[in-house]
Design a protein around this ligand. Sequence first.
Ligand code: GAP
Length: 461
Amino acid sequence: MEKIVALSKRRGFIFPSSEIYGGVGSTYDFGHYGVLLKGNVRGEWWRAMLSERDDIVALDSAILQHPRVWEASGHLTGFTDPMVDCRTCGRRFRADQLGELQCGRKPSKHPGEYEECSLTDARDFNLMFETTIGPVKESGATAYLRPETAQGIFINFKNVLQFSRKKPPFGIAQVGKSFRNEITPGNFIFRTREFEQMEMEFFVPPHDAERWFEYWLAERMRWYVELGIRPDHLRLRAHDPEELSHYSSATSDVEYLFPSTDSVGGARWSELEGIANRGDFDLTQHARHSGEKLDYFDQGSGERYVPHVIEPAAGADRATLAFLVDAYDEEVVAREGAGEGERRTVLRLHPRLAPVKVAVLPLVNRDAQPELAREVWRALRALVQAEYDDGGAIGRRYRRQDEIGTPYCVTIDHQSLDDRTVTVRDRDTLVQERLPIEGLPSELAARVAREWRSPKLGGES
Ligand code: GAP
């Protein structure tokens, strides 16, 4: 994980937030390539939820909602983590993570030994961030930054039903920021207090809920694998009954084998996405608290019912981290242009996720090569995210593109000026082929969009 953190900063993916002021714990800013990468993760999620099917519609609800939303949803009373304080080291921990984190222990004077810590009893700590609506604090109403995007969907159920002409089974999807005052954030962007969720609430007839739950488990696993995550780094884990959230009758997590930055190190299975059967809990609660009818009348069967909800809830930041980690590779290759061995770092991102799809590089910065390269870049950027780079030795420019995961480098050389062909270098195989400039944008756009298997699985790139 240290390597990912270092590469993220060096190459402009992710920076620690407020760094010039010493940082604020576990908050991060996304740089240029991070914005593009996370944007592509979101884009692929929307593609799977909206473009490739016709039973889901989009929503973008407000972060600030009526405080009674959180009363009805159960978050005001139930969205808590058990917190303990250590009287020895003064730190705070989640009581349910103590064993796993080996926290609450600090090294004693003798190397390799720990002083046992002295923990307080666990007490419930509500994770919602409070704020005040209105210009004068005293007169303002207490409000909360949403801890999940899901409630914005439930409170719009009636609006969506009226305009969309959908009937169960159908879904409402939303991407946006959520906020949780986590007791122990950490492991880079894995757990932060401000994060982005990609959630979809799928409303189904009650008798069909289990079937749809199984369907979404398989669909969501497929999404990660198709975007290049190695299947042996992914698993589904069903929650034990005592782990279930207050609203859920069944939940399975998609887990990823994340490396760790904490003192224990190593890799451990951690939640990437939760898929829950929320039953009719949310619609029933909001109907009760708001007085609105939140049910569905099926004219075919003459039956009125409260739909049950299957919810795949993913984290955009956590997914971005998993894609980064899984793509990271180091290898020794022949130095391009020289031949002797050189170590390179390469992000083997799925081309659809790669922040930049094509880099256009004049071999030398003279002899009309930059002008032709800019012409090629202009044609390419109309179809794919393309970057022009004429700074420094060609080998170093290739390495830079490898480190941000650019699948193709187009090089304009002396021959290009004569016959309008270029070399196209493949990030994974390092093979260079000569292609005509004419038709290049559509050819490369097609390659980016097509089926892809990670070269680590032995597939072609
Ligand atoms: N609406 C259900 C819900 O919010 P969750 O399992 O608490 O369920 C869903 O959150 C996903 O949101 C998680 O699987 C994770 O990817 C992401 N997530 C939750 N808390 C997070 C945090 N503190 N930092 C980063 N991502 C988080």
